[in-house]
Ligand binder design. Structure first.
Ligand SMILES: Cc1ncc(COP(=O)(O)O)c(C=O)c1O
Ligand SMILES: N[C@@H](CCSC[C@H](N)C(=O)O)C(=O)O
Length: 384
């Protein structure tokens, strides 16, 4: 077909080569591959360098992410590790002040151990963030919406500014919360888009994976070099599970988002302070709408008291008290003790991170059941 297919269609149609005409892409659980001959060594020799199942996943993701080069690695953090390995001591990096805890931890490591100069700033303040990007800035790290404060930054404005200052500056965008369905960072000026595929892309909490995408051949070569040199490429069976999970991503994300919108509105009707870009009360509602195709399914809210937040979380029956998001089941967590515990309490305070913040990662269950569960947890904990 010559017509450009929609993402929902691309997601379920996986092209693959198989001598037996299998309908589903097979899994190649082989570490090694024989050459055809010494004149024709073939496409694969060793799974660390390349594997047919991982190649099928990467080609599939290349269509889904509309990116020329895509690599699948063994976690979202491995994807970030591949990116930061191109930084040298003294290089200047500008990063957001609200990033996933593990991202913050790795950036702190390269700052303290490798001598990379990393500065964290409020990315919602365009004047501030652009004033920190100079002609010598090597990389900019952004998340939007951020995990877990749900802050929104203007990706296009920041990327345009960074490239004007230094055309070689690499703008890196973590698109885990949005997925390729809801946001296209490369089209907005990011040089590298990466995602924790452990979340929505897989959707079933049975795989750890990360994905890197770029349209730059120069960057792609550097990324592949590190993946091959260090062995962080995604294992064949995990690649196969990823291909399977991706087929339902559109259905899952649509339902999760629909549920999240209803839950956010219900929470607001209870006079709870909610952070969700699908609510008009979000300070950057318009900006998020402009640069995305939906608010996603992660939201957070405050109760005013950490012990009350703990009681609410413990009183929930349907929401599982679990880190991560993007799973088909709904999850509830206290980021300061869970996903963001690797950021010191002092730094969290400096960055206005509320310790009582509860994060909800909405699943595909019946939304009335989810609202009833929260309502009853509120009542049991004495919150309402
Ligand atoms: C926004 C975000 N980026 C990256 C990661 C890292 O991904 P992974 O756990 O797959 O290493 C996570 C969570 O872990 C995350 O929430
Ligand atoms: N113990 C883990 C915590 C993982 S948090 C996973 C996820 N990104 C989230 O935001 O919930 C660690 O130390 O990394």
């Amino acid at each position: 077909m010559s017509k450009q297919l929609s993402l929902e269609t691309e997601l379920v149609h996986v092209s693959h080569k198989d001598g037996n005409n299998a309908s589903v892409a097979p899994v190649y659980l082989s570490a090694t591959f024989k050459p055809n001959s010494f004149d024709d060594m073939g496409e694969f020799d060793y799974t660390r360098s390349g594997n047919p199942t991982r190649a099928t996943l990467q080609q599939h993701l290349s269509k889904v992410m509309k990116a020329k080069f895509v690599y699948a690695v063994n976690s979202g953090m491995a994807a970030l590790d591949v990116i930061v390995r191109s930084l040298a001591p003294g290089d200047e990096v500008v990063a957001g002040d609200d990033l996933y805890g593990g991202t913050d931890r790795l950036l702190t490591y390269i700052k303290t151990v490798n001598g990379v100069k990393v500065g964290h700033y409020d990315t919602t303040n365009l004047e501030l963030i652009t004033s920190k990007i100079t002609k010598t800035t090597k990389m900019v790290f952004l998340e939007s919406p951020t995990n877990p404060l749900i802050k929104i930054c203007d990706l296009k404005a920041i990327a345009d500014y960074a490239h004007k200052q230094n055309p070689e500056c690499v703008v890196v965008f973590d698109n885990t919360m949005m997925t390729p369905l809801l946001m296209s960072p490369l089209e907005l000026g990011a040089d590298i888009q990466y995602e924790s595929a452990t979340k929505y892309m897989n959707g079933h909490h049975d795989v750890m994976a990360g994905v890197l995408a770029t349209n730059s051949e120069v960057l792609a070569k550097k990324l592949f070099f590190v993946i091959n040199a260090t062995g962080s490429g995604l294992a064949p069976f995990d690649s196969w599970l990823m291909i399977r999970g991706l087929k339902t991503m559109a259905l899952r994300v649509e339902r999760q988002q629909e549920n999240a919108i209803k839950i956010a509105n219900w929470l607001e009707s209870q006079n709870v302070k909610v952070r969700y870009p699908g609510l008009k009360s979000h300070p950057h509602y318009e900006l998020h709408n402009k640069q995305s195709r939906g608010p996603g399914a992660v939201l957070s809210f405050e109760t005013g008291d950490v012990s009350l937040s703990k009681k609410i979380i413990e009183a929930c029956e349907l929401y599982s008290v679990t880190v991560s998001f993007g799973y088909v089941c709904s999850l509830i967590s206290l980021p300061c003790l869970m996903s963001h515990a690797s950021i010191s309490a002092e730094t969290r305070k400096e960055r206005d991170f509320p310790e009582d913040l509860i994060r909800l990662c909405v699943g595909i269950e019946n939304v009335d059941d989810l609202i009833d569960d929260l309502d009853s947890a509120f009542k049991k904990s004495g919150f309402k």
